[in-house]
Design a protein around this ligand. Structure first.
Ligand SMILES: Cc1cc2nc3c(=O)[nH]c(=O)nc-3n(C[C@H](O)[C@H](O)[C@H](O)COP(=O)(O)O)c2cc1C
Length: 429
């Protein structure tokens, strides 16, 4: 495991009201983070440098914030209110979901990619809720530096799911208690299929140990006031999936997100998600169910909601390329007739500029910015690969370099507008 030091930072206005108290986050630079835990992002063409783990801007001045502990429930402290069982628990799950406004358009959890500035950008363009990247529960409990670096939020960042991977119920609870005041669900990642999850025995590899999954969910549901949600993958066999989902619900889960691919179906671009399996889960459960997989534009949102009956959808890969997806924007490949071609007056470079401005306000490590640059400008780079090569060759990047690079692409005449397409969801909302 490789550890690297860098300064941490938290957004301005981090004073957050929760229930009876007002909580504040603070920042204490410098600290270390575990590189192997966050998985290096999808940077096939990137040159990762020491600089990439540095924050992209100086921490914002301390706004007189209090110690982090002010926002933390003590481990082992009594619950604020007991989690009811049976029917009332289901009613409570729905009441909570309704109180949040029944968000339908949700930014999926993405390591190194669904960080605060990206979530805020997606929210500006229609996302009605968002997940944090997966956080490692053990490291989150052990390292204040990791906590402050990897979990940043602000008052506009709601409704929010904070996701953990875990294989120990006590550790998970301890981590969950620290974030509970700042989020609307504490989520358990039961879907990560990567090798790192196999080695760490978490994510989709817990599908081999369902009693452990049950104890993780129960531990949170019994001891945490904030509802617990889970994100699962499907089993190859439908009945196994249904038994699994039911078990998770019975253990106290208040919301279930179902990624309609199996643990072995890793390539989301090549393998279609199984919406039939998601529909079967939705029909079998009584709690809110979210559908994940194959949501590339708003027509997919509409079809997915209709075909699965799910209460909302998650999108991941497609949002990385087009963070304005949930506002109805799509690239030319998804607009068929010329009547659909309403130039939305924005393109991916506009969105990237907006993202960079958010990063200046809410600093993140450069590696996250690099990943977003590649995703948002991927098509632009394909037209002018020398611009990408120049970008990759930079061991140290700056905002000035990035804004200039965008201008350079524009000067080269790249035109890739995003189109605003009206969907039946527009008409109904
Ligand atoms: C870059 C990246 C990082 C991801 N990290 C996570 C994660 O931290 N937790 C998680 O549950 N899923 C993670 N996923 C999976 C997505 O949340 C989602 O389930 C998957 O990509 C399928 O959705 P899609 O078809 O819209 O891409 C990640 C996906 C991508 C592309």
């Amino acid at each position: 495991m490789r550890f690297k030091p860098f300064l941490t930072n938290l957004p301005s206005n981090t004073s957050i009201k929760h229930k009876t108290s007002s909580f504040s986050l603070t920042q204490t630079p410098p600290f270390f983070m575990a590189q192997t835990v966050t998985q290096s992002a999808n940077l096939s063409n990137n040159i990762a440098s020491e600089e990439d783990d540095n924050l992209c801007a100086n921490p914002i001045k301390n706004l007189g914030l209090k110690n982090e502990k002010d926002g933390i429930l003590e481990v082992g402290s009594p619950r604020l209110s007991p989690n009811p069982s049976g029917e009332s628990r289901i009613e409570r799950a729905w009441a909570h979901w309704k109180k949040l406004g029944e968000p339908k358009l949700i930014v999926a959890p993405m390591v190194d990619n669904s960080e605060l500035p990206f979530r805020l950008l997606c929210r500006k363009y229609g996302a009605t809720a968002a997940y944090t990247p997966m956080l490692h529960s053990r490291i989150f409990t052990e390292s204040e530096k990791y906590r402050l670096e990897e979990f940043t939020t602000c008052k506009e960042d709601r409704p929010l799911f904070v996701q953990f991977c875990a294989n120990d119920p006590d550790t998970l609870l301890e981590a969950a208690q620290r974030v509970a005041p700042y989020c609307d669900y504490v989520d358990i990642n039961l879907g990560c299929p990567q090798r790192i999850a196999r080695r760490g025995n978490y994510g989709a590899f817990l599908m081999n140990n369902l009693p452990l999954v049950k104890s993780l969910v129960e531990k949170l549901a019994m001891n945490l006031d904030t509802p617990v949600s889970c994100k699962i993958r499907v089993f190859p066999d439908l009945q196994d999936t249904l038994d699994y989902a039911k078990m998770v619900e019975d253990a106290g889960c208040s919301l279930l997100a179902v990624h309609g691919r199996t643990r072995d179906e890793k390539d989301g671009k090549k393998i279609r998600a199984n919406w039939n399996a998601i529909r079967a889960v939705k029909n079998a459960l009584r709690i809110p169910v979210l559908a994940n997989g194959n949501v590339r534009h708003m027509d997919d949102v509409q079809s997915c909601l209709e075909e699965t009956g799910a209460d909302g959808v998650l999108s991941a890969e497609s949002l990385l390329e087009n963070p304005a997806l949930f506002a109805g924007f799509c690239s030319s490949e998804w607009v068929s007739s010329s009547s659909d071609r309403n130039d939305g007056k924005i393109d991916q470079a506009t969105l990237l500029e907006e993202y960079l401005k958010l990063c200046e306000e809410y600093p993140v490590p450069w590696r996250m910015i690099r990943a977003h640059v590649h995703k948002m400008l991927g098509e632009w780079f394909r037209i002018h690969p020398h611009v990408r090569e120049d970008f990759n060759a930079q061991t140290k990047i700056t905002f000035e370099y990035l804004y200039n690079m965008i201008n350079r692409l524009r000067d080269l005449g790249v035109e890739k507008p995003l189109y605003r397409k009206e969907t039946s969801l527009d008409k109904t909302s």
